[in-house]
Ligand binder design. Sequence first.
Ligand SMILES: C[S@@+](CC[C@H](N)C(=O)[O-])C[C@H]1O[C@@H](n2cnc3c(N)ncnc32)[C@H](O)[C@@H]1O
Length: 231
Amino acid sequence: MNSLSYGSLAQVLDKLHQGAEAADLDYTTEIMIEIEAAGGALEQVIAEKLAEERADYRKIYRDRADNYLAVSPAYGRFLYAIARACKATRIVEFGTSMGISTIYLAAALRDNGGGRLIGTELEHAKVARASANLDAAGLAGLVEIREGDALETLRDVDGNVDLLLIDGAFALYLPVLKLVEHRLRPGAVVLGENAFDPGYLDYVRNPANGYLSQPLPVDEGRGNEFTVRIA
Ligand SMILES: C[S@@+](CC[C@H](N)C(=O)[O-])C[C@H]1O[C@@H](n2cnc3c(N)ncnc32)[C@H](O)[C@@H]1O
């Protein structure tokens, strides 16, 4: 069974990706202009974004409450495939937004025979929209979205986690990983989408911390890091 390719899910996802493109057009243009203004120095723009998020990530995401900021269809298919490959039954997601990545992951859970995804989202309106999108996809029963700051809502994750997707405020990748780390089973996969924080990358790329990690050649330039829990 592969519900990404058969049935109504493909149509739901197509519609959501189209909605994301339209809603995020201004934001994408803004970023392109910033990169151009920095003479093409993407690293400089990323460093500035990291600094802004360190200063006040809550305000930044409040201002982006209508933006999807979603994974691409290619990355979504990767999410589905990796969740199938590691036979995930328990997934944690930092940064649910409108639920696009959540749908890919929850579809994999269902096709794996069932399970639970714990999502996290700061913005109340996004929690409502993600819930409606998951409902439309027929996947709501597999997902619990915890509203509020993941630094609080992920404090009490229980059970063994097979897959952790980190896709929220850039500056919180390492603190969020450390909150969930003790729940990662050996062989668990940690995916950092927009993993730009040097502190996070240094940590997961240091084998002494119990991980094996490398950049993922999907959507290059978006800071996709693929990490496996070894210890
Ligand atoms: C890049 S978007 C996530 C996109 C989503 N994974 C997808 O592909 O559809 C990041 C989301 O993380 C949320 N967020 C940022 N910081 C957060 C925090 N500390 N706790 C919970 N959610 C947070 C933002 O409101 C935003 O909706």
